[in-house]
Design a binder for this molecule. Structure first.
Ligand SMILES: Nc1ncnc2c1ncn2[C@@H]1O[C@H](COP(=O)(O)OP(=O)(O)O)[C@@H](O)[C@H]1O
Ligand SMILES: NC(=O)OP(=O)(O)O
Length: 319
């Protein structure tokens, strides 16, 4: 029977070597062809995606062009802009892939707001890397000129960091759920969702970038998904990653993952949030599973393909 699956797309599903609009559309075209394997297998597909590189680049463009008559837009609005542009590309590349495969399905992108706590400690401790990578020297220069924070990102270089509060709930989730239940493929919670706080008259934007893996875990819980797929650049999570004694993780329990987190096995800013999001989803929906794997592996996941699978309780059964 078809499963309800939230699929969170990692950076390499949207952006490879070519950062132009056409380059990103090409990457999404490739991604969409992989994603429709799940539709062919009869599953419900709920897509979410990141925006770290794109929102950081947009901030940089604004910093160069801004003036009194052309003021820079706040970060929540930049998240909305990148959510809109990636959703627009993805909607078209998914529709193309669906038509090419002779399937009969329609795709809708939903402008998605995610509620955060304005007192979240993340606002005074920026940790979310966005935008391009810089050398240490470049980052120190930029930081002294702008007062912005930069950190080393998982051995790949230095990046600007912004506050990343935890998602509390998703304003549009009942709409997303209704669309899924009526047979639509949805693209939502893009870029982790537009961060908002609840105010008397409704919602108001706050300047932050929510982690898309945490937002996707929250979405998967709210729409009562069977699976959360966190797609990234590796087929599996590893302990002792990139060391001679690295060990591939397949079926793992939450307790095992917590013990490895305590040993700092997963890099903050890359694999750690995925592992934490997988745990959060598995805990929130007993019986459901969180899967961390690569985009290329997606068609084979229900057919013995290698992936890291997290489920509450023990023992863990096969996918
Ligand atoms: N313990 C680990 N196991 C597997 N991959 C890891 C580990 N630690 C860091 N990584 C790296 O983290 C990457 C995923 O993080 P990142 O690229 O930031 O995410 P995203 O795909 O969402 O953009 C993997 O492709 C891999 O290169
Ligand atoms: N918002 C977000 O988490 O984006 P990335 O996955 O691209 O970092």
């Amino acid at each position: 029977m078809g499963k309800r699956i939230v699929v969170a797309l990692g950076g390499n599903a949207i952006l490879n070597e070519d950062p132009s609009t056409q380059g990103q559309i090409e990457a999404l075209r490739h991604t969409s062809k992989q994603l429709i394997e799940l539709i062919k297998q009869g599953h419900q597909l709920i897509i979410s995606h990141g925006n770290g590189p794109q929102v950081g680049n947009l901030l940089l463009q604004q910093s160069i062009a801004q003036s009194e008559k052309n003021p820079a837009l706040p970060l929540d609005t930049c998240v909305a802009m990148t959510q809109g542009s990636i959703g627009y590309w993805l909607q078209n590349t998914m529709n193309e892939a669906i038509a090419e495969a002779g399937l009969n399905q329609q795709v809708a992108s939903i402008v998605t707001q995610v509620v955060v706590d304005e007192n979240d400690p993340a606002f005074s401790n920026p940790t979310k890397p966005i935008g391009p990578f810089f050398t240490q020297e470049e980052a120190e220069k930029l930081s002294s000129e702008t007062g912005e924070a930069y950190v080393e990102d998982s051995g790949r270089g230095y990046r600007k960091v912004v506050p990343s509060p935890k998602p509390q709930t998703i304003v549009e989730y009942p709409i997303i759920k209704t669309l899924i239940e009526n047979g639509y493929v949805t693209v939502s919670a893009g870029g982790g969702g537009i961060p908002v706080k609840k105010v008397a008259h409704g919602y108001e934007g706050v300047e932050a970038v929510i982690d898309k893996d945490f937002a996707s875990a929250n979405l998967a819980n709210l729409v009562e998904a069977d699976y959360l797929f966190l797609l990234t650049g590796v087929d599996n999570v590893y302990v002792n990653y990139n060391k001679p004694n690295q060990e591939k993780l397949e079926d793992v329990t939450i307790d095992q993952l917590q013990a490895w987190i305590a040993e700092d096995q997963f890099a903050p800013g890359s694999m750690l949030p995925k592992v934490q999001a997988a745990i959060a989803f598995a805990e929130s929906r007993p019986g459901s599973k969180a899967v961390i794997t690569s985009l290329e592996n997606i068609g084979a996941i229900f057919d013995g393909g290698s992936a890291t699978v997290v489920m509450a309780g023990n023992p863990v059964q096969a996918v």
